[in-house]
Design a protein around this ligand. Sequence first.
Ligand code: HEC
Length: 234
Amino acid sequence: MKGLWTVVFAGVAVASGAMAQPGDVNRGQGDFRACAACHSLEPGHDMTGPSLADLWGRKAGGLSSFDRYSDALKSSGIVWNDKTLDQWLTDPPRMVPDNAMPFEGIKDSGVRADLLAFLKEATKPGAAPKQSAQMPMKGMGGMMGGGHDPNLKKIEPARQVKVITYCRDTYRVTTADGKVRAFWERNLRFMTDSSKDGPEMDVPAIMPAGMLGDRAAVIFADPDEIGRFIQRKC
Ligand code: HEC
């Protein structure tokens, strides 16, 4: 009788253990859309979150190119592997209290297994170009789909900013195609991108932001440009 129970329990443990189910790489690639707004799979391409290239075996908080790790993650002593990544994706704040990843976790162990199966392939050294070429680019578009943000040095004239004026509560933005658009001051954001994909100095780019079409972001090459560029003029 005792022997039988052991066998039954062992069977249950295997069937319900997440790591025992091999994940589906293709499904996992779809699930990665939940991460792609913040994480690239390309080495050195950090966004809101660090690049996930070469993740397995890496020390948590250990990427020297990424400046925004929380102290909590850096001092956690975690090394990323199948087991620690499964725990992290289940409930990030439970594994590392006070971490800075704005993500509530994935409760479904099947989804985590799929995602980890995909990530394990896609984060291998040399895997990034092939995988990002396969990324679905439809739907939310390249920005959300894990593809590359557009290179702002090569942006079309309709997005190249020539002049920004400020009058009472309104910014007026003139672009290189001669169009002028007016924005309520709370609807226009000013940002910088100093990376290789950022704009040329003194040729900031205007990009749509938000769903309604009333908001936009002007992206400069350097914060020093911002005050210089905006003219008070009615
Ligand atoms: C809204 C942005 C955001 C989303 C969505 C997001 N992350 Fe993160 N992620 C971050 C940030 C920021 C950090 C750094 C956290 C810290 O330092 O505490 C991080 C850290 C990580 C790390 C640790 C990396 C390292 O170098 O130690 C892993 C692994 C990770 N995220 C995986 C994922 C996966 C997989 C998903 C999708 C299921 C995801 N993240 C979704 C922003 C995000």
